[in-house]
Design a protein around this ligand. Structure first.
Ligand code: NAD
Ligand code: PRE
Length: 288
């Protein structure tokens, strides 16, 4: 048995992220019992049936009692509230961690709530799909992906190593960075693309006029580009609001890029358009 076996894991919010974490650790043989905590009974029953959790409860206090690790996987703007309810009931020596997509605001809200005898390791698996709920969870979600951990000066080194080992066991490469850098990077590579995808669907839906839904003619290009616009609106509302400063900055940069394309089209400047498209093609080709 590994020296970081977790006898009891509590997962608050048994959806895509929390459920997949539980499944990955179960598959790796690193957890004993998994208790799921949530609000919707049907989702928790699905989780139980799929073997994502071994038991579930609607009570945060009951669910986290005796747990060695508590993983928070609810929408970003609920994390601090959930943490406030969970922390008083956690076992001394246990570790609290999370999978929220925004870090600085969440950490600022959670750290003052911590007790001396529990540790907090903020994290974010950079992996997901446009699906949500326990039905969407799968054990290999994190395989070959990155997980970013954002420790602060208050984060305990041993707890950080434990959570790092768990994500590695789930198949992820673990990267450590500051919460502020995390939020800037994610604003660009994740939050902006989701805003653009939602806006694109809206814009194209409005292009056909009142009597025609031109989305019905959409093919590969539109569907590939907008897959992520099928993501959960609650999750993305929370991310947009919690990372508003970094997101507004990248939205402005995006507006400049779009304005450049628009200007070159307007001026019939084929050379500039070609150079612009080539530069972007080369940059994208280099990462896929
Ligand atoms: N979906 C992704 O691609 C992705 C990737 C990385 C991180 N994240 C982050 O992980 C977290 C969970 O996302 P997800 O995709 O698993 O969402 P999800 O909707 O699949 O699961 C979230 C679960 O939390 C439950 N929940 C909501 N509020 C709650 C509360 N107050 N108390 C208890 N349970 C509550 C919901 O009922 C749901 O079952 C979010 O913070 C999200 O930003 C998502
Ligand atoms: O692949 C997807 O559907 C995702 O949206 C996953 C994705 C992203 O890559 O932007 C979304 C949000 C996260 O916090 C991390 C990953």
């Amino acid at each position: 048995m590994s020296d970081f076996f977790i006898p009891k894991l509590a997962v608050v919010g048994v959806g895509l992220i929390g459920g997949s974490f539980a499944l990955a650790l179960k598959e790796a043989g690193l957890v004993g019992e998994v208790v799921g905590i949530g609000r919707g009974r049907a989702n928790l029953e699905t989780a139980l049936k799929k073997g994502v959790v071994d038991a579930f409860t609607h009570s945060l206090a009951e669910g986290v009692a005796g747990a060695d690790v508590v993983f928070l996987a609810t929408p970003v703007q609920t994390l601090a509230k959930v943490a406030a309810e969970v922390i008083p009931h956690m076992k001394p020596g246990s570790v609290l961690t999370d999978g929220g997509s925004v870090k600085a605001e969440v950490i600022c809200a959670i750290e003052p709530l911590l007790r001396e005898d529990i540790q907090f390791v903020p994290g974010h698996p950079v992996a997901g799909t446009e699906q949500s709920g326990a039905a969407a969870a799968f054990a290999s979600l994190y395989r070959g992906r990155r997980c970013i951990l954002t420790p602060t000066s208050r984060t305990d080194g041993q707890a950080l190593e434990l959570i790092k080992s768990l994500w590695q066991a789930a198949g992820s490469e673990v990267v450590v960075m500051t919460p502020e850098k995390h939020d800037r990077v994610l604003a660009g590579i994740s939050h902006l693309p989701h805003m653009v995808a939602y806006a694109l669907v809206d814009a194209v839906a409005n292009c056909g006029g009142e009597n025609e839904n031109i989305l019905n003619y959409s093919a590969g290009g539109f569907r590939d580009f907008t897959r992520i616009a099928s993501s959960d609106p609650t999750m993305w509302r929370d991310i947009a609001l919690s990372n508003r400063v970094a997101l507004l900055e990248v939205l402005e940069t995006f507006e400049h890029s779009l304005a450049e394309v628009k200007r070159d089209i307007c001026q019939g400047n084929g050379e500039a358009l070609y150079d612009f498209f080539l530069r972007s093609k080369q940059r994208r080709d280099a990462i896929v």
